[in-house]
Design a protein. Structure first.
Length: 101
C-alpha cells in the first residue's frame, strides 16, 4: 500500500520541492489552506505531514494538534518549513519533527 503525505503550502514553488522529494513513494494530498487540511484529516491518516509554518504562523497549532492526536495509533513525521525558524513560538516548534529553513 502506498504511503500518504499531506502537504500544506500556499506558495507553489516551495510545495513542489517537497512534493518532488516525496514522490513516487507517497500518494500526495496538496492543499493551500489549513481548514481544508483539517477536514481531510477527518478521513485520512497521513504518514508524513509537511507544513509551511510561514503560511499561518501561530495559527498552525490547531492543524498540528489534530495530526498529533492520532499519532499513537498511526506513527508519522511532521516536517515544518520556515524562512525564519528562530521566531517560531515554542508550542509550534515542539510539534515539529524536522524543521527546514
Amino acid at each position: 500500500m502506498m504511503r500518504k503525505a499531506l502537504v500544506v503550502f500556499a506558495e507553489k514553488n516551495r510545495g513542489n520541492k517537497i512534493i518532488n522529494a516525496l514522490e513516487p513513494e507517497h500518494e500526495i494530498w496538496h492543499v493551500s489552506r489549513q481548514r481544508v487540511a483539517i477536514a481531510w484529516l477527518d478521513h485520512h491518516r497521513p504518514d508524513i505531514v509537511a507544513i509551511d509554518l510561514d503560511l499561518d504562523g501561530p495559527d498552525s497549532l490547531p492543524l498540528l494538534k489534530k495530526v498529533r492526536a492520532f499519532e499513537d495509533a498511526h506513527p508519522l513525521i511532521i516536517i515544518g518549513l520556515s524562512k525564519n525558524p528562530s521566531v517560531l513560538p515554542e508550542d509550534i516548534a515542539s510539534q515539529i519533527d524536522v524543521l527546514i529553513e
